[in-house]
Design a protein around this ligand. Structure first.
Ligand code: PLP
Length: 339
């Protein structure tokens, strides 16, 4: 056993027992390998290291109320990783290899799966990297697929409490015709100036506007944006937003909570008219937002008057968790149980 304080687990890397690897060489994928090393033996000229030819995913396994191990919408993560791979000319991982690797990684590290009721989960991190040696900027012909897992608590130390967000106008995470819609490493390097800036001003995360006109909302750090008003869930439609599986799930779920859904460009000024706003993603689940400050223009938008999350965000959050932990019937078919 281990003596982790599951209920106070941060969102940090934590060593587990095993990880899974699979190599693409000479035009084909090899066998899955189980490793207990945290290190990769990588060629120093690997394209992932120099030119960011790399994609990753993030999903969670939960210990259900009845004791089962529940993986949330892994097929969606598989499809997104396939799009990311094609987007930067990498060899996509076949579905069977993806599935087997993540299920095996979870199963072999079962003792690191946080118990039901602690609010924690086992985060699954697949990555696909260009491992072949090149010195020119071009796609390589060797790839390495790795899956590791790590137990995590809430992404934001605030938990399910309103966070403060800063609109950052002097850096962009991606361009309209860039790679923002793919989960590839380079986007996150490019997002660090915005993250640094918002943190140094006392805010939790940056809100990025569309890079071309700075008129519309894109997303928040590594989470999608949503706003609630007039009984409607509104989320940006933009070519440079990463299509969040959490956001997609919420859009599919909220009609059952009596809400309408709009996916469309969201102008910054509309921030004045929302009743609630929030960020959503696998790591954050739902983070309600209490305040948004436009750092360059000075304007502040405030939501939560009593320091609490809004009623609609709370309803969405509770329903999503109830499905993930198996407290409510999964009528959408989002969860696959291991046993
Ligand atoms: C991963 C990610 C999200 C959230 O996507 P989920 O599938 O819900 O985890 C949102 N934005 C960015 C930039 C991301 O990298």
């Amino acid at each position: 056993m281990n003596n982790i304080d599951w209920s106070n687990l941060p969102f940090d890397y934590y060593k587990t027992d095993y990880n899974i690897r699979c190599h693409f060489r000479e035009g084909k994928w090899g066998e899955l390998e189980v490793s207990s090393s945290e290190y990769l033996n990588l060629h120093m000229a690997a394209t992932a290291l120099h030119y960011g030819q790399e994609a990753f995913e993030g999903m969670k396994a939960f210990r259900g109320k009845n004791g089962d191990i529940r993986i949330f919408r892994w097929e969606e993560n598989f499809k997104r990783m396939e799009r990311s791979a094609r987007g930067i000319f990498m060899e996509p991982v076949p579905k069977e290899i993806f599935r087997e690797a993540i299920f095996k990684a979870v199963k072999l590290n079962e003792r690191w799966l946080p118990p039901y009721g602690t609010g924690a989960a086992l985060y699954i991190r697949p990555l696909l990297i260009g491992s072949g040696a090149e010195i020119g900027v071009k796609p390589t012909d060797e790839y390495l697929f790795v899956v590791f897992v790590t137990p995590v608590g809430p992404y934001f130390k605030e938990g399910f409490n309103p966070i403060k967000i800063a609109i950052v106008r002097d850096s962009d995470r991606t361009a309209p015709l860039g790679t923002g819609m793919f989960k590839v490493g380079g986007n996150y390097a490019a997002s660090l100036p915005g993250i640094k800036k918002s943190k140094s001003e006392g805010y939790t995360q940056p809100l990025y506007l569309d890079a071309k006109e700075k008129k519309y909302i894109d997303e928040i750090g590594a989470a999608n944006f949503f706003g609630i008003k007039n009984n409607t869930y509104i989320t940006p439609d933009s070519s440079s937003v990463l299509p969040s599986i959490t956001n997609k799930s919420i859009m599919e779920m909220v009609p059952d909570l009596g809400l309408k859904v709009e996916k469309r460009p969201v102008p910054v000024e509309e921030l004045d008219s929302f009743e609630e706003v929030g960020a959503c993603g696998t790591a954050a689940i739902i983070a309600p937002i209490g305040e948004i400050k436009d750092l360059n223009e000075g304007h502040t938008y405030t939501y939560s008057k009593d320091g609490k999350p809004g009623p609609v965000s709370t309803k969405i959050y509770k329903k999503l968790l109830a499905i993930q932990y198996g407290e409510e019937e999964d009528t959408y078919g989002w969860v696959e149980s291991l046993e």
